[in-house]
Ligand binder design. Structure first.
Ligand code: NCD
Length: 278
């Protein structure tokens, strides 16, 4: 898929197929990379990038909107601020449904591209030690990634302010599959040992109280000086706010732009595998 994503090879495997994009929450990479992925494979997309431009503003409920768009298309991608929305929608329609982020729940296709990036750049996921850094409470990307890394038996460390620790039920699930994780609020505890620093944004929009956000904002800033004694690559699902300094961008540590590109070939592979031929 990579040469097709870079238009070095032209593909029409999804010619005549349509993907529905239902984005009730803001998105840049996820939405545009799904759109690019579908079009690179010869298919098309319909949808909306914010609920404000859909009939939701006229009072239409989610169920009706989704049912109709499912009639128009061959698969749906949905992002919504409520946890469980994608699962709810999947039970309602006959076309495949992809969760592009459900509140502070999960973001499974981000995890696919995160795993692909690790495998592509570092080789075996099984042998890696990955630190998940930042907002582990509200960050949906790290929830999905923690479950996936556990499936590969990778080592994990969780680095967060005490207020933003990984939810206890996820730790419980990980322990149930035999994975015990080191938790710390001090990034220096892990810096020398890890292969990947997976940094996340503090999820401002999920805080019930803005004062709480202001207290924690800027808790971590990864800069090139901090990385001097580390061999880790730095990943981030993006968007970043202030948690990775721009001086990391062009160093061998900074892999987040490459990671974002991999979203296209990975989503192409996913679409090709779930959209019915014929
Ligand atoms: C993430 C998301 O929406 O959860 N962004 C993305 O899809 N790449 C991360 C974030 O918003 O912080």
């Amino acid at each position: 898929m990579e040469p097709v994503a870079r238009s070095k090879i032209i593909s029409n495997v999804l010619e005549g197929k349509l993907l529905g994009l239902l984005f009730y929450e803001p998105s840049t990479r996820t939405r545009l990379s799904f759109e690019a992925a579908m079009k690179r494979l010869g298919g098309g997309t319909v949808g909306f990038a914010e609920a404000g431009t859909s009939s939701a503003t006229k009072g239409e409920n989610l169920t009706d909107t989704v049912r109709i768009v499912a009639e128009y298309t061959d698969a749906l991608v949905i992002r919504h601020n409520m946890e469980g929305t994608a699962r709810y929608v999947a039970e309602m329609v006959d076309v495949p449904v992809i969760n592009a982020g459900d509140g502070a729940g999960q973001h499974p296709t981000q995890t696919l591209l995160d795993l692909y990036t690790m495998k592509r750049l570092l080789g075996n996921i099984e042998e890696l030690h990955v630190a998940l850094v930042g907002d582990l409470k509200y960050g949906r990307t790290v929830h999905s990634l923690a479950y996936a890394l556990a499936m590969f038996g990778a080592r994990m460390s969780f680095v967060s302010p005490p207020e933003l620790k990984m939810p206890r039920e996820i730790l419980h699930d990980l322990a149930g599959s035999g994975v015990n994780v080191q938790e710390t609020s001090n990034i220096h505890d892990v810096l020398a040992y890890v292969d990947v620093l997976y940094v996340t944004r503090i999820q401002k929009e999920r805080f019930p109280d803005p004062q709480e956000y202001l207290k924690i904002k800027g808790a971590y800033t990864i800069d090139s000086k901090l990385l001097e004694n580390s061999e880790a690559i730095v990943m981030h699902p993006l968007p970043r706010v202030d948690e990775i300094s721009h001086d990391v961008d062009n160093t061998p540590y900074g892999k987040y732009f490459q990671q974002a590109f991999y979203g296209v070939p990975v989503r192409m592979a996913l679409l090709k595998s779930i959209i019915k031929k014929g």
